[in-house]
Ligand binder design. Structure first.
Ligand SMILES: [Zn+2]
Length: 108
């Protein structure tokens, strides 16, 4: 077994399902503090994003969505017939009849 009073010793206790001795607990606690560095516990183990992180991620999401919308509008301008076909197909799936492209609505 690894010597008591070390982090490895603490791990050995845990592997054996023993309660760690005082020396090992202290070694583990020092090791954890070192691992966290100078950051306070709350910041190191933060579960939720900061307001700034939220703001940035929302900004990225909006930019992506805005770029996608502009691209879709351009696609519609460059391929209006195909877009009309697709709209008609999708509408038909919902049971809506939309005039196919090129067909002039007729009165019966
Ligand atoms: Zn120990």
């Amino acid at each position: 077994m690894k010597p008591c009073g070390t982090y490895a010793g603490y791990q050995t206790h845990k592997r054996r399902n023993e309660e760690a001795c005082a020396d090992c607990k202290r070694a583990n606690s020092e090791y954890s503090q070192q691992y966290r560095g100078s950051k306070p516990r709350a910041e190191h183990f933060r579960l939720y994003p900061t307001d700034e992180e939220l703001r940035l991620s929302q900004q990225r999401r909006l930019a992506r969505s805005s770029a996608r919308n502009r691209a879709l509008r351009r696609l519609g301008r460059e391929y209006p017939d195909r877009l009309a076909e697709l709209v008609a197909e999708e509408a038909a799936k919902d049971g809506l009849a939309i005039n196919a492209p090129g067909k002039v609505p007729t009165r019966g």
